[in-house]
Ligand binder design. Structure first.
Ligand code: SF4
Length: 334
């Protein structure tokens, strides 16, 4: 049983947002990796003045898990490249998050806008560093932390990409933990339309469980926010974003997994889009140095049972042809 005090994720979000950007200078508080536990998990040393890292996205993260086409398919599709088993992406991390997932591969000291591990910088400076270093990647992953705490982060990055003439050559992928509606609260209509219509940009939102109980177990946040995750996913789809989904299905309770997955998929199909489950990839959770002191081996093992239940429910709802549709071709427009 999780005896930790629930996290007030909404309050924390407001507090962290204030520390994480400056509108006048268009700067954002970005993680600097050197000295962090996360650095010890990296295959390659940090780049871009300590602000960046190169991540290897693997199509088959584990022989015992399903394939993960994100963001490989959308990125290769846009860039006109053959789909590859390992995709290199330039990652930048916002230094704040309003959840505290036990499995997070980022150390918690990189999630609190801590000046010891972060600095204020503009997206244009980061892109310029990437160009100066001739980074061998055409994919930029705007991660965190929770990027949505500062929706200006992604907006200003997309604007800078355009200004530097990198729209055709560089695909942008951004993450979101689906907890806050800051895109609508802090950006105007014109800015949102620019983001939905700009070429070579897609976003992924992560469902942090398959029901309120697993969500709270995974994030420490109030279970009521799980329903909000689905609501936000629907809002991003209706706004016209090229939206994808992840789901983490780690749990301590393996009772009635089949009926819980059925209920979840009903909600997603009714409130997001009937086809949206085909754009969701269950994420395999792994142990790292950065999460070693809070890692739950039992919950990790249970994710395999939950995956079976997810796949069985998907097979019940979709035909073999639908299940084989490339993720980029799953229609989510009405
Ligand atoms: S939402 Fe993402 S960044 Fe935040 S704690 Fe969870 S896994 Fe880490």
């Amino acid at each position: 049983m999780n005896t930790q005090k629930p996290l007030n994720a909404q309050k924390l979000a407001e507090r962290l947002r204030k520390k994480s950007f400056d509108r006048q200078t268009k700067t954002i508080r970005m993680t600097k990796f050197p000295g962090s536990d996360q650095t010890t998990d990296l295959l390659l040393p940090p780049n871009c003045g300590g602000f960046g890292r190169v991540h290897h996205f693997r199509f088959k993260p584990d022989p015992k898990w399903i394939t993960d086409p994100l963001p490989t398919h959308p990125a290769c599709n846009y860039l006109g490249l053959p789909v590859t088993n390992v995709l290199l992406a330039q990652v930048f991390q916002l230094s704040a998050c309003n959840f505290r997932c036990w499995y997070c591969f980022v150390d918690f000291s990189l999630l609190s806008a801590n000046p010891k591990y972060s600095e204020m910088v503009t997206p244009k400076q980061l892109l310029q560093m990437m160009l100066d270093e001739k980074v061998n990647s055409q994919v930029i992953d705007l991660s965190g932390g929770q990027p949505e705490l500062v929706p200006e982060y992604v907006l200003w990055f997309l604007e800078a990409r355009k200004e530097l003439g990198l729209e055709q050559s560089h695909f942008v992928w951004s993450d979101d933990n689906l907890s806050i509606d800051y895109t609508w609260r802090y950006l105007n209509e014109e800015e949102i339309v620019f983001m939905t219509q700009t070429p070579g940009f897609a976003r992924v939102g992560c469902l942090k469980g398959y029901d309120a109980e697993s969500f709270t177990f995974n994030t420490r946040a109030d279970g009521k926010l799980f329903d909000r995750q689905i609501e936000l996913l629907g809002r991003f789809v209706r706004a016209g974003f090229d939206q994808y989904g992840y789901i983490t299905i780690t749990t301590m309770n393996t009772d009635n997994l089949q009926s819980k997955m059925a209920r979840l998929l009903d909600e997603i199909q009714n409130r997001v889009h009937p086809n949206f489950p085909l754009r969701i990839v269950p994420l395999r959770i792994f142990g790292f140095n950065a999460n070693a002191n809070r890692y739950n081996l039992q919950a990790e093992e249970n994710q395999f049972q939950a995956l079976e239940a997810w796949l069985a429910e998907m097979q019940r709802r979709f035909s073999a042809t639908e299940l084989a549709t490339p993720i980029t071709e799953v229609n989510i427009r009405r």
